[in-house]
Each structure stands twice: as structure tokens, then as C-alpha cells.
Design a protein around this ligand. Structure first.
Ligand code: SF4
Ligand code: SF4
Length: 366
């Protein structure tokens, strides 16, 4: 049964509305998802083409719902139906398509097998977000992994989730299948995944891939002694909404931060109860005002400088508070000044992705 039909049949309606209290998007609609689902089935999405693209796909509604109904999954189905009918994505999403085309092109996409190893046992997959945020962090993480796990290769590219969020399932599958073919060509090794969004995509859409969070690997390895000196400084930790159902991610990040010597402020909405940073689901293109409200709402929960383990979350939250990716604390000696760096533009991210590919190629030939 589709999630839309499930919500029509099972939603407890107006006397419940539990999911609405914690979601600015649903609050603005002020209707129980059951009522909304019936209207969508009757064709509301053909009249209001923006509606389904205003959901962060964060799954908080499912976590809050006594029936575990996911309005996010329902809106994903509507986005897919809109693409099939030629109604979606929205004209503003051309920027997402351009970014996606870039990150799957020869300018960035690249598979690298460590030539000194007989075969790959692991493949580091930083994803396009971290690569656009900091090529230096990717290179240093890759070198660290190769020191501890010498048979580690690298794939630069995108998991395809931005395209999936637009509802373009055929193009998403094309991107994902190219990636799966590259993994197989490198020996079908375990992917060490840096980004919770990529991990979520692989887990649900490519279950044949062997995947492990980067934070699990790093929390188990020896790290450079000079970075193990946090001296108890406190950071507020933001859990990615894509790690909501992933205790392995949540625990390993906390273990890693503790190992570095830092303390964590655990806010009320953390771990499985976390809130989206505001950028989930490509909402910024469909509703910039709602996005700004959600980013500020999340940033306001934190009393200290923010630590994330998703580069996009770091970029979003840095609009309101100093913010870092946890890898900055390990591999960026200038993290104290980097925490106030503004969010990068799309152009800067693409330049960083291209520079990263060059850096990898130059190092392998030096
Ligand atoms: S929490 Fe679940 S049952 Fe309650 S209104 Fe929302 S979708 Fe319906
Ligand atoms: S997935 Fe997130 S943004 Fe979308 S309806 Fe549910 S709680 Fe709201």
C-alpha cells in the first residue's frame, strides 16, 4: 500500500495532530495528514505544485506519530507522481539539476584504487557535500584511512539523493547504478561513508552495498596525539535527521568527540528525536522563508558552538551560530577560525569538488 493510502486509512485525524506540533511546515497547513492525503489524492498537487516540495523529508512526523505514519514518505510519492505527469520538479530546481550534473561529470566523479594494494578492501566515499565543504578534510581523512587500512580506495561522486528528493526516480536510479558499478569494479569492497544522507540512500535504495559510517571507523582507530586535547571544551551536537534511526552513527560520533577530549551539550531534540537543520528535502528552492525559519529554530536550541557530522547541516546552521564538522576538530588545525566561515555558494562548492579531484590525481602521481 502507498504511504498516501496508509495515511488516508489510518490517520487519527483532527483529534490527534501530534505530528503537526513539531513541524513548521505541517503547522502552516493546519490540517491532519489524513485530511491532506485525501485532498492530494483528489488532485491538490496539480493545483498547488509547491506543496509537496516544502517538506524536509526528515521523518520527525513518523517518530511523533502513534501509528508511525510518515508524511515525508507521502510527499515523496507525490513528488514522484508530479515528475511522471511533467508537473515537477519546479523551475527553481534547475540549480539542483545543474549541481547534480556537475557532481556526476568528469569534473568531479572519480574512482581511485590505491595502486600499492593488491585489491581494495574498503572504499572511502566522502560524498559531494563534504567534498564541496572542504577538499582538505577529504584528502586528510583519506590519507589517515590509508595509513590504518592500506587497501582503501576512493570514489568521488554523489549518491543521487538530491535527484531523488526532486522526485525524479529514473534519473536517481541511473546515478545510483553508475556508482554501484564503480564499487563492483573496485572489488565490491565495504564503503566507508562520510555523510548520513548518502548512508541513508545506500541503506534503503542499494541494500546490496556493504556500508559503514566513517565515524565508527575513526572512533576505533588511533588518532594523531595532537588532536586529543579538547580540554573539556563544550560543543552542542546536532544529529542529522538522516541518522534518526541510526544509533550506530549517533553513538560512534559521541565516542569520537569524547576521544578527542571535548564535552557534548545534548539538547532535548537529539538522537532519534532530532530536528532537521532546515535544508533537508531540497526545501530551500521551494520555500526559502520556511527554510530560514527552520534553520533558526534549530540553531536556537544550541547553547554552544555547534558540531555536526553532515557538511550540509554545518553550512545551514552556520548562518546563526559558529559551527563545525566533527572532522574539522581532527584534520583542520585552523578550526577555531573556520567555525565562523560563512556558508559556501554553489559555485564555491563546485570549485572545491573539482579541486579535490585534481589534488587526488596529483598526489597519486607525485
Ligand atoms: S500523528 Fe499520525 S495519526 Fe496523528 S494526525 Fe499525525 S499522521 Fe495522523
Ligand atoms: S518529514 Fe519532516 S518536514 Fe516533512 S512533514 Fe514530516 S516532520 Fe514535517
Amino acid at each position: 500500500m502507498s504511504e498516501l493510502d496508509k495515511i488516508i486509512n489510518e490517520c487519527l485525524g483532527e483529534e490527534c495532530k501530534t505530528c503537526i506540533e513539531d513541524c513548521e511546515f505541517l503547522k502552516g497547513l493546519d490540517e491532519a495528514p489524513g485530511t491532506l492525503a485525501r485532498k492530494l489524492k483528489d488532485g491538490l498537487f496539480r493545483v498547488d505544485k509547491r506543496l509537496a516540495y516544502r517538506c524536509n523529508m526528515c521523518d520527525l512526523c513518523k517518530w511523533n506519530c502513534p501509528k508511525e505514519l510518515s508524511s515525508g514518505d507521502m510527499f515523496m510519492e507525490i513528488r514522484q507522481a508530479m515528475v511522471k505527469e511533467g508537473l515537477g520538479p519546479l523551475p527553481e530546481h534547475q540549480f539542483v539539476k545543474r549541481d547534480q550534473n556537475f557532481s556526476t561529470s568528469d569534473k568531479f566523479a572519480f574512482a581511485n584504487y590505491n595502486p600499492s594494494a593488491e585489491r581494495c578492501e574498503h572504499i572511502f566515499f566522502p560524498g559531494c557535500g563534504l567534498s564541496g565543504y572542504s577538499p582538505e578534510l577529504v584528502i586528510d581523512t583519506y590519507e589517515h584511512l590509508r595509513r590504518h587500512l592500506p587497501k582503501t580506495g576512493l570514489i568521488l561522486g554523489c549518491c543521487g539523493s538530491p535527484t531523488r528528493f526532486l522526485g525524479d526516480e529514473p534519473r536517481f536510479r541511473e546515478i545510483l547504478n553508475m556508482l554501484i558499478a564503480e564499487v563492483k569494479a573496485l572489488g565490491d569492497a565495504e564503503l566507508i561513508v562520510a555523510c548520513p544522507e548518502c548512508y541513508h540512500t545506500f541503506k534503503h535504495c542499494a541494500p546490496e552495498l556493504k556500508i559503514r559510517p566513517l565515524s565508527c571507523i575513526l572512533s576505533e582507530q588511533n588518532l594523531p596525539v595532537e588532536v586529543l586535547s579538547g580540554e573539556g571544551q563544550v560543543f552542542s551536537l546536532h544529529d542529522s535527521c538522516k541518522a534518526r534511526w541510526e544509533p550506530e552513527w549517533q553513538n560512534s560520533v559521541r565516542a569520537l568527540i569524547g576521544k578527542l577530549g571535548y564535552e557534548i551539550e545534548e539538547v532535548e531534540n537529539s538522537r532519534d528525536k532530532t530536528r532537521c537543520c532546515g535544508l533537508g528535502g531540497m526545501v530551500a528552492y521551494a520555500d526559502p522563508e520556511l527554510t530560514a525559519v527552520n534553520i533558526k529554530k534549530r540553531a536556537d536550541e544550541f547553547g554552544h558552538d555547534i558540531l555536526t557530522y553532515c557538511a550540509s547541516c554545518r553550512e545551514a546552521l552556520s548562518a546563526y551560530k559558529p559551527a563545525l564538522h566533527v572532522l574539522d576538530l581532527i584534520f583542520n588545525p585552523d578550526w577555531r577560525s573556520a567555525k565562523t566561515n560563512p556558508q559556501k555558494t554553489g559555485k564555491a562548492r563546485r570549485e572545491n569538488q573539482a579541486r579535490l579531484k585534481q589534488m587526488v590525481q596529483e598526489r597519486d602521481h607525485s
